[in-house]
Write a protein that binds this ligand. Structure first.
Ligand code: NGQ
Ligand code: ZN
Length: 458
């Protein structure tokens, strides 16, 4: 099928490709204006065709705080008391004592190129760093949002920008703490920030803007009620029920558990993405599935922070939707997130292949569900199909992990059996941004990142 009269900028040929209709062999994709304009199967490779390997659709990363990339490996020592999520959060707040727009942009750009190298072609950036290190508003309240957009532009990743509303330290409208001074805004200022985000992403191809109430801890019920209207057609993301202390505090405040409270009091539907939702009862996860909302699972961060395990297998087999996010960015990659998601379920259930279904292997089911849930939660459809953006992740199947593999075994071998670096190239909006496993601008972005870290770490 070919869309005419789109001019074709280039043609890419792959030994196999995962399309919405399943695996296709000997596939030629024609790319024009950043989109897929033609798709032929059973095609012989032509002399002008670029590509090679196996083509997968790029996946959306549904949850990132890009600046936290720079803390990876700096929070693994034990403190005087027991370490947990809350002590980690104190370290994260202290990390924000320094770091202005230049440093945040540099760190964000590094995280974004690593996402592309790991198979993510879009990022939903859950952005709450609105104020300067002293807690004062920048002259332009969208200063840092603009830096995130600039980093996305430099990396070439598609951006779903989620400005975050944050006002309180805990349930019941507690005043924010000193550590939270960079996050705070009032509702009028926030509405202005959201429109500025729309304006400043106007030049980015395929950008989406949504809104993110940070959590039920940081947003009062009255404030939460005002926020969906600001999202327009964009997605609405919220952190919920990540830690057992949050569940206890929510019950003490309202008598209800966090997800239970949210499903009762907020218009949760397909526009919503519930980040983590780790601690849920069966009634709660069934409620999320019934509303058609996406759960944003961040398996590596949830393991790193000691959050707990979401009942993903039960939820998924009941029709629940999920996407994956890299959250704290301690390690970045589609295969790594999906592998840990499956392994956490196997360890908890003492079973194997728990996320597979009757038609698809574990890797295929994980990948396609994360693709669909990611597209929904990030507000942008994907897939290797005519009319879609040319966002293509190419596995280098010359690697030994792929010897003798075809069909679903390619995904299973990538997720469970391949060393890092199996992603050979990545095309985003028809442009090759990763080549031979390395982002084309990595050297310059690394130099800028090293200078930024010298400032931030002093
Ligand atoms: C965040 N991260 O917003 O970066 C949070 C920590 C909070 C995770 N929840 C802050 N993983 O939840 O209060
Ligand atoms: Zn988060």
């Amino acid at each position: 099928m070919t869309l005419e009269p789109q001019p074709v900028d280039r043609t890419l040929w792959f030994e196999a490709a995962l399309t919405p209709d399943g695996w296709a062999r000997d596939v030629r994709l024609s790319v024009g204006g950043g989109r897929i304009v033609g798709l032929e199967t059973g095609a012989a490779r032509g002399a002008a065709d670029q590509g090679g390997g196996v083509a997968l659709p790029g996946v959306a990363n549904v949850h990132s705080h890009a600046f936290q990339r720079a803390m990876a490996g700096l929070t693994e020592a034990r403190g005087p008391s027991e370490d947990d999520f809350w002590t980690w959060r104190e370290l994260m707040y202290r990390f924000l004592d320094r770091g202005g727009p230049e440093e945040i942009e540099a760190i964000t750009a590094l995280a974004f190129i690593e996402m592309l190298e790991g198979g993510f072609t879009r990022v939903a950036e859950f952005h709450y760093l609105h104020n300067d290190p002293a807690g004062a508003a920048y002259a332009d309240r969208a200063e840092i949002a603009g830096r995130i957009a600039a980093a996305a532009q430099a990396a070439g990743i598609a951006l779903t920008l989620l400005p975050v509303f944050y006002a309180h330290a805990g349930f019941g409208g507690q005043p924010p703490s000193h550590g939270q001074r960079r996050f705070i805004s009032d509702l009028d200022g926030f509405a202005d920030l959201v429109s500025r985000c729309r304006a400043l992403t106007g030049d980015l191809s395929d950008a989406v803007v949504g809104v993110a109430p940070h959590s039920l801890r940081a947003v009062s019920p009255e404030e939460l009620a005002m926020l969906p209207a600001l999202a327009g057609d964009g997605p609405i993301h919220i952190h919920v029920a990540e830690q057992t202390k949050e569940v206890e505090d929510c019950r003490a405040w309202s008598g209800a558990r966090p997800v239970e409270w949210l499903l009762t009091h907020a218009p949760v539907d397909t526009r919503w993405c519930l980040i983590h939702a780790t601690h849920v009862t069966e009634a709660e996860w069934r409620g999320i599935a019934d509303r058609g909302a996406v759960v944003g699972l961040c398996p590596i961060t949830e393991a790193n922070l000691g959050d707990g395990v979401f009942p993903a297998a039960d939820y998924l087999h009941a029709g629940g939707r999920f996407g994956v996010g890299t959250d704290s960015n301690v390690q970045i990659g589609v295969a790594e997130e999906l592998r840990l998601l499956e392994y956490s379920q196997r360890l908890a259930r003492r079973g194997r292949a728990v996320m597979a279904d009757s038609a698809r292997s574990t890797g295929r089911a994980l990948f396609e569900r994360a693709l669909a849930g990611g597209a929904q939660a990030a507000g942008a459809a994907g897939g290797l199909a005519v009319g879609a953006p040319a966002d293509i992740v190419v596995l280098d199947t010359r690697g030994i992990a792929f010897a003798g593999r075809s069909g679903d075994a390619i995904l299973d071998s990538w997720i469970f059996g391949a060393p890092g670096g199996a992603v050979g190239s990545v095309w985003r909006a028809g442009r090759e941004v990763v080549r031979n496993g390395r982002h084309v601008a990595r050297d310059a972005i690394e130099d800028r990142y090293r200078r930024a870290l010298a400032t931030v770490l002093g």
